[in-house]
Design a protein around this ligand. Structure first.
Ligand code: NAD
Length: 418
């Protein structure tokens, strides 16, 4: 059990002003694996003040110096790969081997790529008689989700620090422990106090305090559409810059000349990665009706290789979902698909055999999904693939574009020009 009773402000581990705590649950055992402080608006105010005070000096630090810190953070992550990969495998449920590569390798790469970016980025550009200078915006509030927790943090904190901004991070309260390890690494590399601050807690308390704070110059948010809308509403009162990365229902259009075996197998993988808890997951597979039966057979075969189980077991290809809430949500969507008349090819609402404990959901594939069905329109965030048949290419494009989302997409054909 990992107990964290401090937050990181102004280069020091300090107690929260509140007394609340948040339990972190192991998604495989459903047991409490850790505990973190439930931060407060007052904690946010302290962190923002520290970040604001640190900003001028950090912005003035030569780029090469900033690059060195970022490189050292990357190395620090590398040195703690095993601990981080295991922590995230427990928090989120991703199989350990993938967790190592994706959940730790990617953040390492992000921090590690900053020196080169700093070296080549055009901070100054001459246009005619004018010099355009790109300056750091100031204090950046980073609010991140649980699905690729450290990656989402790295993708915000790395570039912000590189640019010369200072940061207040609020990691997801569902998977916060990895962020504490990152804070230890940042502390160990000796980043100037106030440059990076960590306040954990819930969205409505800590997240909203960050979005509303007048001294936060920019808020970078990744998460659900619902919370993103709220963040941008709150941020508008102080006219902050806001970036939102929200949900998805991404289409994978397989054209009639595609190598079906490859396209469908790959598509199932792109839907099921991280048990489907991926914002860019290709969750709608569009298949020509003339080849539907073939595609169904391949999809079932591919899906059945996603053996659910303990993220620490070598045989596991599909870990549990992150939480009980997420499991219930996904099961409800599967029930909805059945109710609306989609054809269930494999999977279903029952937990996988022998895995009644842990937030497991069967790898599930529906076919004959109509574009207007709930499971074709709403983000499920679980291992659930919807195969949607189409007749003409025009119809496929229309279906592909026919949701409120627009995050990612794929097209398969034997002919690159197509
Ligand atoms: P979430 O919106 O519940 O939480 C994301 C973060 O926002 C958390 O830190 C949470 O505490 C905070 N938050 C919640 N309510 C808030 C509020 N009212 N004000 C301020 N902050 C608030 O999302 P989640 O469940 O952690 O993540 C899943 C969602 O994230 C999915 O919809 C997924 O598609 C999306 N996502 C998108 C991307 C992308 O790059 N587009 C990447 C990963 C996840």
């Amino acid at each position: 059990m990992e107990i964290r009773d401090r937050i990181y402000i102004d280069g020091a581990w300090v107690p929260s002003s509140g007394t609340g705590t948040i339990d972190v649950i192991n998604s495989t055992t459903e047991e409490v694996m850790g505990r973190v402080p439930a931060g407060t608006a007052e904690d946010v105010a302290r962190a923002v003040a520290a970040a604001k005070a640190a900003f001028p000096a950090w912005a003035d630090t030569p780029r090469e110096e900033r690059a060195k810190y970022l490189q050292r953070i990357s190395e620090g992550l590398g040195a703690r790969t095993e601990e981080l990969a295991a922590t995230i495998a427990r928090e989120v449920g991703m199989p350990l081997t993938l967790s190592r590569i994706i959940q730790v390798g990617l953040p390492m790469m992000t921090f590690g790529s900053m020196p080169q970016i700093l070296d080549t980025f055009g901070f100054e550009e001459r246009i005619g008689n004018s010099l355009v200078v790109r300056e750091p915006v100031g204090v950046v509030g980073c609010i991140t989700p649980w699905n690729y927790p450290l990656h989402q943090i790295a993708a915000k904190v790395g570039p912000a620090l590189a640019a010369g901004c200072t940061v207040v991070l609020k990691p997801s309260e569902v998977a916060p422990l990895n962020a504490f390890i990152l804070a230890e690494i940042i502390d160990a590399v000796g980043l100037p106090p106030g440059g990076f601050n960590l306040v954990c807690g819930t969205g409505p308390v800590v997240g909203e305090a960050i979005a509303s704070h007048p001294d936060v110059d920019m808020v970078s948010f990744t998460g659900s559409t619902r919370a993103g809308r709220r963040v941008s509403e709150l941020a508008s009162a102080t006219v902050k810059r806001v970036t939102l990365e929200l949900g998805g229902k991404s289409p994978n259009v397989i054209l009639d000349d595609a190598d079906l075996e490859r396209a469908v197998t790959d598509g199932v993988g792109k839907c099921f990665l991280n048990s489907g808890q991926t914002c860019s997951a290709l969750t709608r597979m569009l298949v020509p009706r003339s080849r539907l039966a073939e595609a169904e057979e391949i999809a079932v075969r591919a899906a059945e290789t996603y053996t659910p189980g303990d993220p620490f077991a070598d045989t596991t290809r599909l870990g549990p979902l992150v939480s009980a809430a997420q499991r219930e949500r996904v099961r409800a969507y599967i029930a909805k698909g059945i109710e609306e008349g989609a054809k269930l090819l494999t999977g279903g609402i029952e937990p996988p055999e022998g895995l009644e404990r842990g937030y497991f959901v069967r790898p599930t594939v529906f076919s004959e999904v109509r574009p207007d069905m709930t499971i074709a329109q709403e983000e499920i965030f679980g291992p659930v693939l919807s195969i949607i048949p189409y007749t003409t290419e025009e119809e496929a494009i229309e279906i592909a574009n026919g949701t409120i989302y627009g995050l990612a997409g794929g097209v398969w054909s034997a002919d690159p020009d197509r």
